[in-house]
Write a protein that binds this ligand. Structure first.
Ligand code: ADP
Ligand code: MG
Length: 257
């Protein structure tokens, strides 16, 4: 029997509206260490809103988000704002579609990687510069570029830098919103290979939002299909893609794969 790994995230009955528009409705799921959950659905189905509720950026109207922090279960929206801001960086990190949203553009590549370590007070071995060099190698960026600014990097390399900055503090939970969107197909493929390797290497618990079922298939263990703010189907990735039960999922699968 495989041991059951630690539950990292639990979402219960989450609802979020903008005015009269219900962007997320009655959403519940849980996520364990080492597991990647793919959230798929067409544009406007509520994927990013859900992710922002998990990332501490949008307060849900109803429901709870519980994240395990070194064995303690903490309710994200029951703590006060100051505590949330203090705890959040060590609990989770968000990888944005646009690397510029997740990078410090006025800071060197090395500074972008070491900064979260300094602000979180996370322990590390060796100098900050040597940690940054190790991470540049880990995400396959030429370590000779450690002093260069992000704007001198290609889009794919900026995304690698953002990934290094997000993972350097070893967050419990990694949230990714269309991490390979907006990149050339060949660059996307290499980035997906990298993410696959890092997910395994760090046994990450991750939520991956994408409208691209090919991306979801490559990275996710389980899939959650969203339509108009609701989860309409959920299951192991292969099962959902090969034997979709809902008409909408069938349409989604047949129109893309
Ligand atoms: P997805 O990521 O699946 O494309 P979103 O979560 O971005 O979907 O959006 C879901 C719905 O909520 C859409 O109708 C969108 O227009 C609306 N929405 C998202 N963010 C806001 C906001 N800040 N204010 C008002 N409406 C929003
Ligand atoms: Mg979105």
């Amino acid at each position: 029997m495989t041991p059951i790994s630690e539950e990292i995230l639990q979402v219960e009955d989450l609802n979020k509206s903008f005015g009269r528009l219900a962007a997320c409705r009655d959403i519940s799921f849980s996520l364990h260490r080492g597991e990647v959950l793919g959230i798929v659905g067409e544009s406007g189905s509520g994927k990013s809103t859900l992710l922002k509720c998990l990332a501490g950026m949008h307060a849900p109207d109803r429901g709870s988000v519980t994240i395990s922090v070194s064995g303690d279960r903490r309710s994200l929206w029951n703590m006060d704002e100051a505590e949330r801001e203090q705890l959040l960086p060590s609990m989770l990190s968000l990888i944005h579609q646009n690397p510029r949203d997740g990078l410090r553009l006025d800071v060197s590549a090395g500074g972008n990687i070491s900064e979260p370590l300094m602000t979180s007070g996370e322990r590390h071995y060796g100098s900050l510069r040597s940690v940054a060099l190790d991470w540049l190698r880990n995400v396959e960026i030429d370590p000779g570029r450690i002093d260069d600014l992000p704007k001198t990097f290609s889009g794919g390399m900026q995304q690698r830098l953002q990934i290094a900055r997000s993972l350097v503090t070893h967050p419990q939970l990694v949230l990714m919103d269309e991490p390979t969107g907006g990149l050339d197909v060949s660059v996307q493929a290499k980035l997906l290979d990298l993410l696959r390797r890092l997910v395994r290497e760090f046994n990450l618990a991750a939520v991956l939002v994408t409208h691209d079922l090919g991306v979801a298939r490559l990275l996710s263990d389980r899939l959650m299909v969203m339509q108009a703010g609701r989860v309409i189907e959920t299951g192991l990735t292969d099962r959902v893609l090969e034997d979709p039960r809902q008409a909408y999922t069938q349409l989604l699968v047949s129109s893309v794969l």
